[in-house]
Design a protein around this ligand. Sequence first.
Ligand code: ZN
Length: 478
Amino acid sequence: MTTTLLHDATILTLDTRDTIIDGGYVLVRDDRIAEVGRGPYTGPAVPDRRVDCRDRLIAPGLVNAHTHSQSSTMAGFGDRMSHPAFMWLTQAHTSRRTPDEIRLSVLLTAYGLLTSGSTAAIDHFPGQRFSLADTDAVLSAWSETGVRVALGMRFFDGPFSDIFPTAPIPDDLKSRISEVELLKPQPYGELSDLMSATIRKWHGQPRLSVFPAPSNPDRCSDAALTLCAELAERHDTGIHTHLLETKKQQELAQGRYGTTMVRHLADLGVLSDRWSCAHSIWLTDDDIELMADRKATAVLNPESNSRIGTGLARAPLMHRRGVRLAVGTDGSSCNDNLVMHEAMRALATAHRSAEPDRTRWITAGEVLRMATAGGAGALRHDKLGAIAPGFIADLVVYRLDSPWWIPVNDIVSQLVFAETGASVETVMVDGRIVMENRKIQTFDAEALMQEVRSMTQSLRRRNADLFGVAHDIADFVP
Ligand SMILES: [Zn+2]
């Protein structure tokens, strides 16, 4: 048994009473918070470790409830692209990776998460057909980082209808696209074996869970969606997906099912509280009611949506109707960094100018709850997202000498509206310090930089054909 005492801290507990402690302590025993109190600790425990938190804030770790480890190497790619063009470019960069390259991308993702105050994430991985070697590589890498992760095994057994050109294209380009094997539907039987095997092997390992995760429900057969719900029931997992990110996806669902995608999932009997649905932009009022009724979570990604112009989720309406909400940055291919503070800020502010009724604005406090307890719900964890006895010790220590914290006026508002992630100093996950004084303790972040550089050069060469397709197709998917 190990105990750690964080003392002399300002503590934002986000407990049921919204307690803020000025000058207090958190006692952590193994992976759990044992005690939270005011003043100096005077109890009987003899801590193995003490962390001096004078002029520091301790807050619950943030949960980045939608990202993609495979695209962490893509910051700055392709400005002003359509969603399909961006998807083809992402394919070019993230395909045909070796297990070592998958690991490097995970470490880079973990580096981005920890240095900006996220202790947990949902990794929707990969972007193409996958194998057991791929899921082994990604999950063993996450295990190495010390970050808490739900791996959403991203699958599809149907075509990516939303990104293929609808207008005629030159024969040469057509044949080059047909040679791209990566997006060919993965057979149902293969998916069933693969997802079952990965869940059995990894789900429930320390800090790890594994969710079946449609790439997008409209890229999946009804049989595959039903399989996904059955697996989730059998192994008690969540289900993660992209949902209605683009208007095109809304139209495809209407054409295919004669109703909305959300209604179709409900009619299939699969929509439940297990689902966490990234984007959730093109929902009807009825869809919003259904999401609330079935207790499904919408994971909002406001920066990604602005960056590639896919739309603005109706967050205030969803919030009023009682839809469970969480926050994600999305991958670096469409949001460049993994800073949850920026995502929270965007979510709390993007709707304000168009909403004259200020009582409908999402507040800093509400968005912070979405990024902590809301994300914990998407991870299906009820003892995460607050600093209270019995909760898992996923904590972040922020320095309060950054310019935007001087003076401390309102901790919640400053954490959401002012913090950039740069004040994050020390991070604890599962009771273990994984970053201390901004130095990652679980892997060599300095060596990572050089390794990622050479990896991206080699990917450029290896996937030259895919980069060519991505470049040439852009004109036909405006
Ligand atoms: Zn995504």
